[in-house]
Ligand binder design. Structure first.
Ligand SMILES: Cc1cc2nc3c(=O)[nH]c(=O)nc-3n(C[C@H](O)[C@H](O)[C@H](O)COP(=O)(O)O)c2cc1C
Length: 164
């Protein structure tokens, strides 16, 4: 049986030191993990270390039409950290980063998505932010509040997937 594939989408907010242990935890839970970064997300992660750990390239830009797909298709997505920018763009269907394009396709295909926004108090109070979170929840996206909540949410996903 091939392992289910989890795309971890990392946006432009501090991700170290939480991202590598989360990747390892998801691998231990049975996922084949691929990391997708937004162009700004790349600044916050150790690309080489994540590629070595996952065995997959860290993708951040759309490929040329003639280039092959280098990643297996996603069964589920975790967006962590999820920025104010990407959360708000997602609810408008913007696809100007590969990360958003993959999330939008995943949403359209009914793939489960968990998002962990990381925003400061001012951005959290901006009226667009709670409105976007409400929309995402209505669309079936699970929104969690911290790295600590992610493994439990992802485990529940895996169990649900095994039953379907
Ligand atoms: C050092 C630094 C820290 C940042 N931290 C955050 C953050 O915690 N949350 C956030 O929403 N944006 C943060 N930003 C701003 C985002 O990187 C910026 O809005 C970017 O356009 C997000 O692009 P993305 O959503 O495509 O990743 C930070 C930027 C810098 C330079």
């Amino acid at each position: 049986m091939p392992k289910p594939v989890l795309y971890i989408v990392a946006c432009g907010a501090p991700a170290a030191p939480d991202l590598p242990p989360f990747v390892a935890e998801m691998q231990a839970a049975g996922w084949d993990v691929c990391v997708i970064a937004t162009p700004d997300g790349l600044k916050f992660l150790d690309r080489e270390a994540l590629e070595a750990r996952t065995g997959h390239p860290v993708r951040s830009r759309y490929k040329q039409p003639a280039e092959p797909d280098v990643l297996p298709p996603a069964d589920a997505f975790v967006v962590a950290p999820a920025t104010f920018n990407t959360i708000n763009k997602m609810v408008h269907g913007a696809s100007d980063t590969l990360a958003l394009g993959l999330l939008n396709e995943g949403l359209g295909r009914g793939r489960p998505i968990i998002a962990m926004p990381v925003v400061n108090a001012d951005l959290a109070r901006h009226p667009a932010f709670p409105a976007s979170i409400d929309v995402l929840r209505r669309w079936g996206v699970e929104v969690v509040g911290s790295w600590a909540e992610l493994p439990g949410a992802a485990r529940a996903l895996l169990e649900k997937q095994a039953r379907t």
